[in-house]
Design a protein around this ligand. Structure first.
Ligand code: B4P
Length: 192
């Protein structure tokens, strides 16, 4: 199986690149952000709870997102691989993911970490906020908080995969196609 973690700060291109990577490598796309936004749209109890956190740019509790990913892995038992987009975001989530994959006799192949300058992140998110309707992309304080939460709670997840020799840093500035090319080269190297 080919199991990828696409990693990086908010606005680094995870969702954008995932859409292209699933097409090329025939992977199942698991985006915790998309799943949570689906729960919000459906006005489920989980969605209503998650919305309070997401509107402030804070992380949703670990047990909630781990449970969501576990359900999705079970629902796709015959998949040939997954792309984890926006997950794991804490060390507890990374450990839980390793345990879930071990039970399925598989593992993460590589973590691809997109490196983008802070001002570019802010510009991209504000730009998306103009027509996406996403509340968390429309307020500069919320965007700043998401980046701060990433630096404080999520960046350490890179070290977790580095210790396993699975971390690949990818230059995340430039056009979508240029970055896709860099990601594809790193994936082709990691899977051989
Ligand atoms: P996510 O949905 O994961 O979203 P994100 O980090 O904001 O953005 P992403 O990185 O996917 O966006 P992209 O660059 O593709 O998280 C939202 C919230 O959900 C979190 O704040 C948190 O509250 C919660 N959450 C999600 N997962 C969680 C977890 N595991 N644990 C706890 N809480 C969790 O796109 C950004 C914009 O940039 C787009 O408009 C795109 O068009 C543009 N863009 C992309 N690449 C570009 C390029 N090369 N040049 C110019 N523009 C580009």
């Amino acid at each position: 199986m080919l199991n990828l973690v696409l990693f990086g700060p908010p606005g680094s291109g995870k969702g954008t690149q995932s859409a292209k990577l699933i097409e090329k490598y025939k992977l199942i796309h698991l985006s915790t952000g998309d799943i949570l936004r689906g729960e919000i749209a459906g006005q489920t109890p989980l969605g209503l709870e998650a919305k309070k956190k997401m509107d402030k740019g804070e992380l949703v509790p670990d047990e909630v997102v781990i449970g969501m990913i576990s359900n999705k892995l079970d629902a796709n038992a015959n998949a040939t691989g997954f792309i984890f987009d926006g997950f794991p975001r804490t060390t507890a989530q990374a450990e839980a993911l390793d345990n879930l994959l071990t039970k399925k006799k598989t593992a993460i192949t590589v973590m691809l970490s997109l490196d983008v300058e802070k001002q570019e992140l802010v510009n991209r998110l504000l730009n998306r906020g103009k027509d996406s309707g996403r509340a968390d992309d429309q307020n500069i304080d919320v965007i700043e908080n998401r980046i701060a939460v990433y630096n404080k709670e999520t960046a350490v997840v890179g070290d977790y995969y580095k210790k396993q020799n699975k971390l690949q840093l990818i230059h995340g500035m430039g056009s979508v196609d240029e970055i896709f090319d860099r990601l594809s080269k790193a994936i082709d190297k990691a899977k051989n």
